[in-house]
Design a protein around this ligand. Sequence first.
Ligand code: ATP
Ligand code: MG
Length: 444
Amino acid sequence: MLLSKSFIPILRNNPSEAKIKSHQLMLRVGMIKQASAGIYSWLPLGFKVMKKIEDIVRQEQNKIGAQEILMPTIQSSEIWKESGRYEDYGEEMLRIKDRQNREMLYGPTNEEQVTEIFRSSLKSYKSLPQLLYHIQWKFRDEIRPRFGIMRGREFYMKDAYSFDVSDEEAFYSYNKFFLSYLRTFKRLSLTAIPMAADTGPIGGNLSHEFIILADTGESKIFTDKRIFDLNSNDTELEKKSLQQMRKKYEQYYSVTDEKFKKEEFEKVVSEENRLITKGIEVGHIFYFGDKYSKAMGASVDLPGGKKDFVKMGSYGIGVSRLVGAIIEAKYDDKNEIMKWPLSVAPYDIALLPMINKNDTSALDKAININKELIKNNIDSLIDDTEENFSSKLKKMNLIGAPYQIIIGKKSDGDLLEFKEIGKETQNLSLTKIIETIKKQKNSN
Ligand code: ATP
Ligand code: MG
């Protein structure tokens, strides 16, 4: 893709309305454009990143046997009245009336909708477990939308729902999602820590928030720092190994604000291991038993002829928030260098030919290089403008393709000036460059 023809409206300076680095960068390189408070259009650069994140999320859902569906954004108030949440949800819910004067709403989440789908379709324990998910826009009329897409009113979420015959089976489903979340965030090159939530008054309830560390995060967290040394390579989907995997994390104290108890923290975590800091919630998994199935009458026939309400859990990932979260984790705002993980980068590589009016040979060379890259499925952005080198580099450093090739006077023969963004230049052949990038791609 040629930079001159791409829709990447870059600003010279940071927009003053943005308070945190992800919001600044996203506006600066034109990843998003605000439509109204907490509501954004996604422009090509931002949209590409979000779609790549979505793909990884999807692949990891499919790996645990979850099945993708798509529920609508607009829901009927009827099902929410059945669950009792129509009143409870309050002002965060965007309520709409259709022309027949029917009460509708823009879905903030889908427990009711999915329970309604389940109850009218499946009747036997033999169909269980069922793991269903969709990736769909949500609307919550947040009292203070801020930080760009981090706390938007309209946002893109993956939400999954599990249906099981017993608590034990439901915990098994829960653990599958736990594993899938660890794997998803790892592929996004993020360290997301599962923070156990209290079992709460309803007993048997189980919940984890997945949090990445960031000073600008809105969640305050209290942890045993040894949890950061855990590096899960688990892939096993067996009941027992999943249980062990979760235990490995749960052996270390880690909670968010609401669950924090000072005495307990100080009792179970030695002083040198205590860490009190801030983070961004990128995922949340929750087991709630028959809360919705009972209220909405979603039951199955059991082997002995009896019936029972299905046991359910729900599992969210903030897909659009993750775009910002990755920037918070990876952007070096001091040097103005963004390095996207290759797995979600808007472009794999940037080509910077040094061009002036009399000599376009560097651009021709870039275009030839690009032909080879395309053959190898490597997506590049070519700066075909006549700007000077330092401003070209500055722009590409903000756009954040993880690799760069500089095509200038020095690049004679077969060796090219290649670098990983923000690092030293190496002289490599195109074959070697392609090999390096492909190897990196395959490792994800
Ligand atoms: P928060 O505590 O940040 O308000 P939540 O607990 O209300 O989030 P959940 O209902 O658990 O959110 O939603 C699942 C995921 O959706 C969250 O973990 C988060 O990543 C994302 N999310 C929630 N609210 C927003 C929002 N307003 N803007 C962007 N992403 C959001
Ligand atoms: Mg949450």
